[in-house]
Design a protein around this ligand. Sequence first.
Ligand SMILES: [Zn+2]
Length: 391
Amino acid sequence: MDSKILNFYAFNSAKYEVKKDKWNDVNLEIYYHKGHEYNLDRMMSGMKASLDYNSKNFSPYQHKQARIIEFPRTSGTFAQSFPNTIPFSEGVGFIADVDDTEKGGVDYPFAITVHEIAHQWWAHQVIGADVLGATMLSESLSEYVSLKVLEHQHGKDKMRKFLKKSLDDYLTQRTFEKKREKSLMYNDGQGYIRYQKGSLVFYALSDYIGENVLNDALKQYVKKVQFQDAPYTTSIDMVNHIKAVTPDSLQYAINDMFETITLYENRIKEVTSTALDNGKYQLDIEFEVSKYRNDEKGKKFYGDTLSYKTEAMRKPIYSVPLADYIDIGIFTEEEDGEGENKEIELYLKKHKITEINNKISIIVNQEPIEVGVDPYNKLIDTNSNDNRRRL
Ligand SMILES: [Zn+2]
C-alpha cells in the first residue's frame, strides 16, 4: 500500500473481465463477470464523481488505484469499502435494470458507487473510535456525499424524491425499534439513523449554513484527525467543528439535528390565489409549524420551560419553542416539449417562524399551481405528504 491502512481487507478470486479507466493519475478498474456489462459506465462515472467531490472538498485521495470487484449475490447484496478495493455484489448494481431516471427512477449503481468511494475518506482517512455515534462519521458522511453528488448532477429541484425516500424509510423503520433510539451523534449504529437520518441531517445542514461552509468545517476536521492512531476521534469533535461555523441564529438546528431526536409537524392549512390587475398573482397562505422531541423510548415531549407550557396549553397543538427558518415554496408547471410537465419554482425562501399558526401573503409573476412549507422535505417531518397543497 502507498499509505498506512486499517488492518481490514478482502480477498476476491474469480475469472474476471476488467474495465479500465483513469481519474487524474489514479487507475480505475472494475473486475466483472463476463456478460454483466450493463452498468459499468454508470459505476465508472460514480467513481470519478465521488473522487472529484471528496478530493475537492475534503482532502486528496490516498491511493494510486480504486477497484470495484464483483461477487455473486449468493454471498449477499451489499458493497463494502476496503482500502482502494470495493467488493460489490452483482445484486446491487451489475445486473440492475435502472429505470428512466428522468421519470422517477433512481440510478442506484451510480449512487452506491459514490457512497463506497466516499468511505475512502469517511472510514479510511477519518477513523472513528468504537463508541456511540461512530457510524455518523462513516455512513452518514458517505451517504451525504452521495446526495450532494446527485444534487450536482440532477439539480436541487430533483432532490425531493431522494430526500422523501430517506425520510419515509427513517420514519417507518424507527417504529420497529426494540431497544432505544438515540440522537444521531450518540446513535447505537442502527441503519435507519446512520443512513437515512444521517444523510437527511447533513443534506439539510448544507442547505442551511451553505455547502461550502459545512464542507470547509469538515475539511478542517479531516486535516486534524486523518490517519490518526488511538485514541481515535468521535462525533463530538466533528459536531464541535460544525458548531464553530454555524451562526447563532441556526445553533438551534445543531441541537435538533445532532443532539436530540426532533421531529416537525409542518403543514399547509389554507391557500388562496388571486389574479391581480397587473397580471401577477397574490397568494394568501396559512400554515402550521410545530416540532416535538422524542426520548429514547419514543415518548413525546415539547421542551422544558414552564412559561412555555402555560402558553402551549392555550393552543390546539404544542411545539418546542420556535425561532426556526423554514422554506416556503411556490411552484408552477411548464410543458417540457416532450409532453411531460416540469415543475418550475416561482418562489423559494426561508422565513423565520416563531408561531405555530402563520399567515403570509406573497406575490408571484406567474399563475401558481402548488404551494409548500418545507416543500423539498429537507426537515424531519412526521407527515411529509401535507407539506404541499395544489391549488
Ligand atoms: Zn457505507
